[in-house]
Design a protein around this ligand. Structure first.
Ligand SMILES: [Cu+2]
Length: 239
């Protein structure tokens, strides 16, 4: 009895680890040109899975607790419980088996998070680079052809890597639509990349309090069809 329970608890743990590692191995391939992952969608999925996980576990425990509260409630104030004492094997089994079941899901979600983070830190080879400089209190963007603008416009379908620095104090480049935030500091270059998969006009805001006009440090970030982007960039290049 004791042996069986220990064995099943251990195999539960083993299955959890195997499941998590295989999920990790499957989805951790390096993004090549033209197939950059949609990391914003990935973060949304992961967040929803965490919420579902919390709801399911919360409901199971809540229902079990209410059921036991009612079923085993005392019928008089003097009543003393008569439950049999758990054997060592039972105690270990009841602790390890549920833990293995719930941790299987935790390992799985953690593996997905690591995979996604790896994608988020590895810039796709075909990404277009835009240099970003933070100033009190505006953003400046420099395109590969040297054109400088104060709004960020990008072509749909091309991954964009931003190489960022600051001229004065610490700022933070916050792109809520692409689920990204990264610090921008003087004397250092930080980077983020995002995949504009559809047309959208959205914003970047500064997410680090950087002085009196911090709240005015925002501008538009729009993903437009490639032809529209080219025309806009040519016009901006003329000044
Ligand atoms: Cu700022």
């Amino acid at each position: 009895m004791f042996k069986t329970r220990i064995l099943s608890a251990l195999s539960g743990f083993g299955a959890a680890v195997l499941f998590a590692t295989s999920a990790f191995a499957q989805s951790s391939k390096q993004p090549g040109p033209g197939d950059a992952p949609d990391t914003a969608l990935g973060w949304d999925h992961l967040w929803n899975e965490v919420l579902i996980d919390l709801y399911v576990i919360g409901i199971i425990f809540g229902v079990a607790a209410i059921y036991m509260l009612i079923k085993y409630r005392a019928t008089s104030p003097e009543q003393v419980g008569t439950a049999p004492k758990l054997s060592m094997a039972n105690a270990i089994g009841w602790a390890l088996i549920p833990a293995a079941i719930f941790m299987a899901d935790d390992f799985y979600l953690a593996a997905k998070g690591w995979t996604l983070w790896e994608h988020q830190r590895n810039v796709p080879e075909d990404a277009m680079e835009v240099k970003v400089t933070g100033y009190q209190w505006y953003w400046e963007f420099e395109y590969e052809d040297g054109t400088v603008t104060e709004e960020l416009k990008v072509p749909v379908g091309t991954p964009i890597v931003l190489r960022m620095t600051s001229e004065d104090v610490i700022h933070s480049f916050g792109l809520p639509n692409y689920r990204l935030t990264e610090d921008v500091m003087p004397g250092r270059i930080t980077y983020i990349w995002f995949n504009p998969v559809r047309e959208v006009e959205t914003v970047v805001t500064c997410r680090e309090f950087c002085g009196v006009s911090h709240s005015e440090m925002f501008t538009t970030v729009s993903a437009v069809p490639p032809a529209e982007f080219e025309a806009w960039l040519a016009k901006a290049a003329e000044g």
